[in-house]
Design a protein around this ligand. Sequence first.
Ligand SMILES: Nc1ncnc2c1ncn2[C@@H]1O[C@H](COP(=O)(O)OP(=O)(O)OP(=O)(O)O)[C@@H](O)[C@H]1O
Ligand SMILES: [Mg+2]
Length: 223
Amino acid sequence: MRDYEIISTLSSKVKTVCKVASCGEIFILKEYPTCEDALKEAQIVNSVAMTGYAPKVIECEGNKALYEYIDGESFYDSFRLATMTDDAQSMELLATRLSIFLQMIYSLTDCVMKDIDFRNYIVKDGRVIGVDFSQVDNGMPYEDLASAIVFALISSVGEYYDSFPFVQKLLECFKLTMFDVINEVKSKLEKVNAVARDKIDMDMLIDALARFDEKGVDWRKLI
Ligand SMILES: Nc1ncnc2c1ncn2[C@@H]1O[C@H](COP(=O)(O)OP(=O)(O)OP(=O)(O)O)[C@@H](O)[C@H]1O
Ligand SMILES: [Mg+2]
């Protein structure tokens, strides 16, 4: 592995993720628990990178991998800002862009992202780029859809229904209705609630989601 200087540590959960400098350029260095973990993520990233929807893999050696640094806007921050300002148009744009990224994954691999966390996506030049493929596994696209819906509901600034324009658009992009994914959403919400500090009122939320497909409903009056 080439010489590098650590600029900052971005994460040190299962793997350590650092922003590093080498030969005057910025990169992302990920250090994994095992060599297999490093190779697994680097191989997936490499297969997606040719489309421009993942960073380029610069080097992979042992349990370390060096990736292109994506200099863009955090999907998570953009989503939170849009819900805070009730900006339905931005929410719809984010949903469309996320769905394009996901369709790209489905067309290139037999896998799904499995666990959608908006912090793992960066928006650059109008496209959503994935930067964390460690959870990728076999599965069905509707699982990603349900996971993204749950993440949107729980990360909305203010009330969870502020994220509904995003959820509506995402469902539209997948050509599915809330009815199609309600059971998956419910089971994922229950998992999130089991470990959450501020518990969600599940009955109220599921009731609102169950009525999601009704036309012409003003959600704020329902809840
Ligand atoms: N190629 C990249 N370019 C820019 N930023 C990146 C890149 N890779 C990772 N990051 C930033 O570093 C953060 C942490 O990286 P990553 O998501 O891979 O690790 P993690 O969150 O610890 O892993 P996991 O989500 O599996 O627990 C990301 O959320 C993202 O903000
Ligand atoms: Mg991550």
